[in-house]
Unconditional design. Structure first.
Length: 206
């Protein structure tokens, strides 16, 4: 698979994530609540570093919420996107470096085939490695569609305050920022409607 070798994060970014995250993700904007970092869903730390799969129950995930897990020492973001966000994604193509997800190293082929613009198996659920592809920092989520100081036409997405890289709500990188590529989509599949398995491709995936 093109994404089997998801790059290990830059050490500084990994340390920042592991030491700063205890309960994890604040929401940005009204209506964007945080979901706790539930360590009980994860295998042991040793198993994680070895690449053991991680299961996530998304049954309680609401629109605008982000669940943060850890897999292979990397933060994994699972976000439920609103219809407004999904409708906005195709309008951003002209502002993005790789709008059709043509860099095959950034997502599994089955994700790209499902939708190169949404970069997800299910339209509303986004699964990303939460590390900036510039230097491995962990960007902030700014999911609300409203003007921001760094972009008056902001349609929701991720902003890295370290070096000002920006990504849309599909993890696609904007033009003219330091990050060279889209955020990585890890291998994953749905065990059922409410359970995502991170680290394992769907059955029959080429």
């Amino acid at each position: 698979m093109a994404n089997d070798g998801v790059n290990d994060p830059v050490n500084a970014g990994r340390r920042r994530f592991l030491t700063a995250t205890t309960a994890v993700v604040g929401a940005v904007g009204a209506g964007f609540a945080a979901v706790p970092f539930i360590k009980s869903w994860n295998p042991s730390a040793k198993a994680q570093l070895a690449g053991a799969p991680v299961n996530a129950d998304i049954s309680a995930l609401q629109e605008g919420q982000r669940l943060v897990l850890e897999w292979r020492g990397q933060p994994i973001w699972i976000v439920k996107r609103s219809k407004a966000v999904l409708d906005a994604l195709p309008t951003l193509d002209g502002r993005l470096r790789d709008p059709k997800s043509e860099n095959l190293d950034q997502q599994p082929d089955y994700v790209r085939k499902a939708s190169p613009e949404l970069r997800s198996i299910k339209p509303e659920i986004s699964v990303l490695v939460g590390l900036c592809t510039h230097l491995g920092c962990s960007p902030e989520m700014a999911a609300e569609i409203k003007p921001e100081p760094y972009d008056p036409e902001w349609k929701g997405g991720y902003f890295c305050p370290c070096h000002k890289s920006r990504f849309d709500m599909a993890g696609r990188v904007f033009q003219g920022v330091p990050a060279p590529t889209n955020l990585v989509v890890p291998p994953h599949h749905y065990a059922d409607d409410n359970t995502i398995v991170i680290g394992v491709d769907p059955k029959g995936a080429a």
